[in-house]
Unconditional design. Structure first.
Length: 177
């Protein structure tokens, strides 16, 4: 809202029509541009759980490798998970997972890129979210108190709304305290 209390067009939620009903944004007249988004998150766990993952001793297998693939697969299906997202032909989706003894846990980041008429923020956020959930699923037999957190958009570029960078980067770039 503006200072006068009136809502400007920039303040309007884009997925609502004039009556307030949910509506998919019409991107038909938008120009195709190169668009990129990055996101981050973490899974905090007991040190013993992290050691099991690091040493390849998790009963379900390669936690990091499987979580990476799960994040990539999820990004490709974001439009099936988030009701008003457009299906996108992604140029790139990358998921990185790093061990952090100071957390202790795993830090997850994702990069999504497309040449298109709409952004890829939701794809990057979905990749991080599902990678974190997969880590939890694969290690829950030994640590049900794991904490998933810090999931947020870090950057986005391209499109009419311009570039965005998170105002407060966190230690190690993944949102954990």
């Amino acid at each position: 809202m503006s200072r006068s209390g009136a809502t400007s067009p920039a303040d309007r939620l884009t997925h609502l029509d004039e009556t307030g009903a949910a509506s998919m944004v019409d991107v038909g007249d938008k120009a195709e541009t190169s668009r990129l988004a990055t996101a981050e998150g973490f899974v905090r766990m007991r040190r013993e759980t992290l050691a099991l993952i690091r040493d390849g001793q998790a009963r379900k297998g390669d936690v990091v490798g499987i979580a990476r693939v799960a994040g990539i697969m999820a990004a490709k299906r974001t439009h099936e998970l988030i009701p008003l997202c457009h299906p996108l032909l992604l140029n790139k989706i990358g998921v990185e997972i790093e061990m952090d003894e100071t957390l202790p846990g795993l830090r997850v980041s994702a990069l999504a890129r497309v040449s298109g008429k709409t952004g890829v923020e939701m794809e990057a956020l979905t990749a991080v979210s599902v990678a974190c959930l997969t880590i939890y699923d694969m290690a829950k037999a030994v640590d049900r108190e794991m904490e998933i957190g810090g999931i947020r958009l870090l950057t986005k570029s391209g499109g009419k709304s311009g570039d965005f960078a998170a105002a407060t980067p966190h230690a190690h770039g993944t949102g954990a305290p």
